[in-house]
Design a protein around this ligand. Structure first.
Ligand SMILES: Nc1ncnc2c1ncn2[C@@H]1O[C@H](COP(=O)(O)OP(=O)(O)OP(=O)(O)O)[C@@H](O)[C@H]1O
Ligand SMILES: [Mg+2]
Length: 249
């Protein structure tokens, strides 16, 4: 598999913070990979997503995506890059209450003045992948939390981004809604080949990924590979690794 993202020796030091939030972090993400990021509160997970997604700039180090050295981008270039290549899913759904589900998913394409046909095609495909086809005419207030999050995920995918950043996407969901979202993300990852970076505290959510990087104090302290093990077995491995790290704390 080819490499989509190369993170080389990235450090982020916020002003007025005694310690770096990211401390010489290096790793690679393969094209089409579903990568999990775990670690205690304050370990640097969101900081990592922010610097990788050009929302923030690293203090030092290199971030290469495709042929782009994204840490060298100016503000305008960063905004364009995000608009054209990246998708975001957060713990809160950030849907627009006055728009229907269909319109919410279509927002990124509407802003690009895409044709009605193209918008229809993309919305339909993603609504099917996320199991929300029957909700397209409804408004967000008429949906469950799990359905809203799947609408938000479909919106994040609608422009066909090469990389999706998800920060605790199941954080506000009950377990069956979380399962539906994770199953849908896995399906998108497999069928469209979208690369996903997902931050999570939850070993169950993490068990859907291909590989997990554990962060502590801005460092990567360990890594788990799923290989071809079943999700249930991977879940056991993650539980053991998380317990091992809690003991060390
Ligand atoms: N904008 C900022 N300004 C100053 N310090 C920050 C900023 N954002 C994060 N930090 C600090 O960087 C460290 C890492 O924070 P970060 O938000 O990346 O942690 P996290 O792993 O995402 O935690 P959580 O699981 O609670 O979301 C913390 O010590 C935090 O206080
Ligand atoms: Mg965070």
């Amino acid at each position: 598999m080819s490499t989509l993202l190369q993170v080389m020796d990235v450090t982020k030091i916020y002003r007025n913070q005694p310690k770096p939030s990211l401390d010489h972090v290096s790793f690679e993400v393969a094209q089409g990979e579903f990568l999990g990021i775990m670690g205690a509160s304050g370990s640097g997970k969101t900081t990592l997503l922010n610097v990788l997604s050009t929302i923030d700039v690293p203090t030092s180090g290199h971030i290469i995506m495709g042929k782009n050295h994204i840490e060298k981008f100016g503000q305008e270039q960063s905004a364009d890059f995000r608009k054209n290549n990246l998708g975001f899913i957060f713990q809160e759904y950030f849907l627009l209450d006055s728009l229907t589900v269909r319109e919410n998913i279509a927002v990124p394409l509407t802003l690009l003045h895409k044709s009605v046909q193209e918008i229809d095609r993309n919305v339909k495909e993603l609504a099917e992948l996320f199991g929300i086809t029957s909700q397209l005419k409804k408004y967000p207030s008429e949906l469950s939390g799990g359905q809203r999050q799947r609408v938000a995920a479909a919106r994040a995918m609608v422009k066909g981004p090469s990389l999706i950043f998800a920060d605790e996407p199941t954080g506000a969901l009950d377990s069956s809604s979380a399962t539906e979202l994770l199953a849908a993300l896995t399906k998108v990852n497999h069928t469209l080949g979208t690369t996903i970076l997902m931050v999570t505290h939850d070993p169950y959510a993490a068990s859907y990924t291909d590989r997990i990087l554990y962060f502590k104090d801005g460092h990567i302290i360990s890594e788990l590979q799923r290989h071809h093990t079943e999700r249930r077995n991977f879940y056991e491995t993650i539980m053991q690794e998380s317990a091992r790290q809690n003991e060390k704390r």
